[in-house]
Design a protein around this ligand. Structure first.
Ligand SMILES: Cc1cc2nc3c(=O)[nH]c(=O)nc-3n(C[C@H](O)[C@H](O)[C@H](O)COP(=O)(O)O)c2cc1C
Length: 188
């Protein structure tokens, strides 16, 4: 029997995206974002509260990077999701994340996160107290340690984590259980 759970944001898996920005003065910040995803092959969106420091930074710079959080960096990823740059001037230092400026956009790339999508803002719309930000992905950089022999991202090596919005847990991703655009052929 099915049970109605009400109106909840229960999409699975939900990502753990670490959005990194610079303020107008060039100070780095980062936050944890679950409400985000791909729009099309060269665009993504993030949905973030209007009062976050990150929101001010994105409006000021029109750019951000998205690091894929992994098991190794879980504690730092959670930290940047529970402390605001508005309240903690040493947020990045305390997180332990190290940054270098992106070669492509005016935003920091977090060195510890193995995959980073470098993004240029195209559109910002406000819904209630949330900004829906659509951005162009202008580059993706990846640590060679998570690439396979063909140069593609290997999910098992990446060890990305997902956010469980019902249980507030982080889940590990990476086990392949099928082949996309192929397994369905059995039913044709
Ligand atoms: C697992 C997790 C997911 C989160 N997802 C979002 C999100 O999708 N949108 C949002 O506005 N805040 C989200 N947050 C909260 C922000 O990351 C948090 O408020 C952060 O401190 C904002 O930092 P800033 O003010 O320095 O930008 C999430 C936090 C956690 C721990």
């Amino acid at each position: 029997m099915r049970k109605n759970l009400g109106a909840k944001p229960y999409i699975y898996p939900q990502p753990v995206l670490i959005v990194a920005t610079y303020s107008e003065e060039g100070k780095a910040d980062a936050m944890n974002v679950a409400y985000g995803g791909i729009v099309n092959s060269n665009r993504l969106q993030i949905n973030i509260g209007v009062r976050h420091k990150t929101s001010d930074n994105i409006k000021a710079k029109g750019a951000f990077t998205v690091g894929i959080a992994d098991v190794k960096n879980l504690v730092a990823a959670d930290y940047v999701g529970i402390v605001s740059g508005h309240d903690e001037p040493e947020k990045m230092e305390k997180s332990g994340f190290h940054i270098v400026k992106s070669e492509f956009v005016d935003a920091p790339v977090i060195q510890e996160l193995p995959v980073s999508l470098e993004c240029k803002v195209e559109e910002i719309n406000q819904y209630d107290a949330t900004l829906r930000i659509v951005a162009e992905i202008v580059n993706v950089s990846a640590d060679e340690a998570v690439l396979d022999e063909a140069g593609n991202i290997d999910p098992a090596r990446l060890g990305a984590i997902s956010y469980d919005p019902a249980g507030h847990k982080y889940l590990k991703l990476g086990e392949a259980v099928g082949t996309a655009f192929s397994d369905g052929n059995q039913l044709k």
